[in-house]
Structures are given as structure tokens and as C-alpha cells.
Design a binder for this molecule. Structure first.
Ligand SMILES: [Zn+2]
Length: 193
């Protein structure tokens, strides 16, 4: 953990003071325009890959950049649906990005559910990506892309999302980040490019 404490010390003595006006402005509240849903994977950093500053992205991260459909949330809402509701209903963001990534362990697990035997929460969670898998012989890169599109569909099962999308007040975006090259493939409505 020492490298984390060293980092905090450097942040407090060098980084935070050099951005003092920004943090002074942000200390009174936030007004991000983008809700960014990404994987928990340590190699995927939304603010880094989009070069955004604190205050610009409202972020939810979980294994597999998953958004369970609204029908699963009535009894026990999870962190994604709560963050989604806050982003849309309170912060009134104009954009939601679902960002998958190469070499995603969660999507490999979706392809090989037997690898999750013995897990409880993880197995139930990855099950929300089940429809991204058509066959056990699928290419993982294809499953990663299908999963992004599946989660964009799931987003629209939330009434407050569907309404705003219909009215043109909210745009949904599907991305896949490639760790090796840094390339971000963006879905254009038909394909990722
Ligand atoms: Zn992942």
C-alpha cells in the first residue's frame, strides 16, 4: 500500500495545489454531462482515455460494464441503477457511454460460465451478459461488442432513459477500448469503427 500513500502525499503537495481554481469551482457542486459506464478492470481508466478532468464524467464501474435491465431492479436495486437514476434524473446528463474493453475477464467468464463455479455474486452478475453469448465457441472480441450493445438495450428498459432518448434529450453511445493500441471503437448505429 505504500505506493498509494506516497501518491496521496504527492497529490496533496503538487497536483491539487496546481489545480486549485478547478477544485475551488468543483467544491460547490458538479454538473457533468456524461454518465460513463465502464468495467472495473484496472487497465481501463475512463478519465485517462478520454482526457477528462474531475467534474466532467459521472462514472459507474463494475465487472463487465453491465447495466441490469430495469425489471431486475424492482426489489433490490443495485449500484448501477441507482447511479443511472441519479445521473439522468438529478444531474440531467445529456449522454451515456457504455464502454467495453479488449481482454475483458468478465466476458471471458460469460463465454465459459463453468469458470464461475464456486462463486455466488459474480456468477449471478455475469448472467446479465448471458444474451451477448450465442455459442461457447464465440470469439471473445465479438462477445465484448455484443455485450456493449446489450447493455445499451438494457439502459432503455428504464422509463426515464427511454423517455429522454425518445425526446432527443439523451444520447446513448457504445464504445470498445483496446488496451494494446489505445484505440476506441465507436458504434455508429450499425457497426463499431
Ligand atoms: Zn472487463
Amino acid at each position: 500500500m505504500d505506493h498509494l500513500f506516497d501518491g496521496i502525499a504527492r497529490y496533496q503537495t503538487a497536483v491539487h495545489p496546481s489545480n486549485a481554481p478547478l477544485f475551488e469551482e468543483l467544491s460547490g457542486g458538479q454538473k457533468p454531462d456524461v454518465f460513463f459506464i465502464a468495467c472495473s478492470d484496472s487497465r481501463v481508466d475512463p478519465s485517462l482515455i478520454t482526457q477528462q478532468l474531475p467534474g466532467q464524467l459521472f462514472i459507474a464501474r463494475n465487472a463487465g460494464n453491465i447495466v441490469p435491465s430495469a425489471t431486475t431492479q424492482d426489489l433490490n436495486p443495485d449500484g448501477v441503477s441507482a447511479a443511472l437514476e441519479y445521473a439522468v434524473e438529478v444531474l440531467d446528463v445529456g449522454n451515456i457511454v457504455v464502454c467495453g474493453h479488449s481482454d475483458c475477464g468478465a466476458m471471458k467468464a460469460a463465454l465459459a460460465p463453468e469458470s464461475l463455479t464456486g462463486t455466488t455474486y459474480l456468477r449471478a452478475w455475469i448472467d446479465h451478459a448471458r444474451d451477448a453469448v450465442e455459442s461457447a465457441s464465440d470469439d471473445v472480441d465479438i462477445v465484448i461488442r455484443r455485450n456493449v450493445l446489450l447493455q445499451l438495450e438494457n439502459l432503455q428498459t428504464y422509463r426515464f432513459v427511454a423517455e429522454r432518448v425518445r425526446e432527443g434529450r439523451l444520447k446513448l453511445h457504445g464504445w470498445v477500448y483496446d488496451i494494446a493500441s489505445g484505440h476506441v471503437a465507436i458504434h455508429n448505429g450499425e457497426t463499431f469503427e
